[in-house]
Design a protein around this ligand. Sequence first.
Ligand code: BG6
Length: 479
Amino acid sequence: MPDLHPHVIVLFGATGDLARRKLLPGLLHLRHAGLIDDCQVVGTALHDLDDERFRAFARTAFDEFGRSDVSVEERDDFQKRLHFVPQNGGVEALRQAVTDAEQRLGGEPRRLHYLSIPPSAAASVVELLGKADLVERSRVIMEKPFGTDLASARALNDTVHQVFDESQVFRIDHFLGKEAALNILAFRFANGLFEPIWNRDHIEHVQIDVPETLGVDDRASFYEHTGAFRDMVVTHLFQILAFMAMEPPTALEPRSISEEKNKVFRSMRALDVRQVVRGQYEGYLDLDGVARRSDTETFIALRCEIDNWRWAGVPFFLRTGKRMAEGARIISIAFREPPKSMFPDGSGVGAQGPDHLTFDLADSTRLSLSFYGKRPGPGMRLDKLSLQFGLHETGAEADVLEAYERLIHDAMSGDHTLFTSAADIERLWELSTPLLEHPPPVQPYQPGSWGPGAIRQLIAPRTWRLPFERGWRQAPQST
Ligand code: BG6
């Protein structure tokens, strides 16, 4: 565990939804878990609050979204550490608020600036931090999307690099903070069983599927300018794909992992618009903040290819969307099928698709390996069976850090392993250019469905893994 240091945490967008649901409760939990040293939090936002009103806001957030294992004393202690400075107070007010917080801590604490703000505001806040002279001893966490295309990502990176060194910048992708994401690396590289078959000789295709049941209702004005591709694919799904596809790093340390991830992106082929299905759920156009004839996609499914020695010819199918039939976050790996002619007619071999390895990226990791086995009794009839692992069975579930908690802790410790580099982001936008320039028209889909009908042709002759034919096994009920 790295050394902890006293920190002043400057939270931009402190009254926003992310701060309320994840960041403020997450900071409190990190403090409770002993993973944050002495700290002061300076919240800032366009709202005109003072310390008391900000503390009241945080208190409601703790009650609604905090963990139950935090005591009232811990919560009250943390609340006293919260301060607020309205963003329209400008450079001087911000500098003063941080100086005051530093004096309360004493010495030369580190600074963590968390930019929980819309992408359009990122550049001006970075410049503000420069003018307020808050760059020294600091790290900055930035929220996605990092630009909206290659040109804007480059411009944003240039602005950031005029103020901060790349080593100070932590571009957050909360999917990589999920316990299950790092478990992909453990699973692949800590076992002799799977890595030898982790390639085009044995794997037929891969699916990364993140359907969501929620709509965009109160986020419509953000979403309307973002859409599913920028909101979910460029960041979360491509990042997970890199963990799944990368070569073994020389060491489990940030630079080696980042190099291997970047190699995956360099080997990826630019997206082919003929292999993309964009969808929009019926009813989206009626939301406040949405243009009457909006072409924003609330759903996207696409096929992409990694043209390297490990993966050439293995399609990766990615899908995500709002208002879909179920919420899930899975990676599903389909293995090549064996010769089947030895089995008698009607045995059912291969009838339920190929063998699959499935990761569930839920906070409580689950993993399943499906295979054919013999149905008990006479003759040779085969059934699809599965071996399943669930973190909930180990009793260690309470130790899981929520994704934002883990990533804030990593950023405070200077660990870039789970963050995205400027080079990765620019490469991903470059690969996306054909789609951004010539997006296929959005196709309508029914809320509660799995997306427009065209997704079946996209993956044919294969089929989408979701909905599962067999559910995950539940934890046994304790008596
Ligand atoms: C966010 C997206 O980054 O991830 C949201 O902006 C999406 O649109 C969310 O709903 C999904 O994250 P999680 O952790 O809830 O699966």
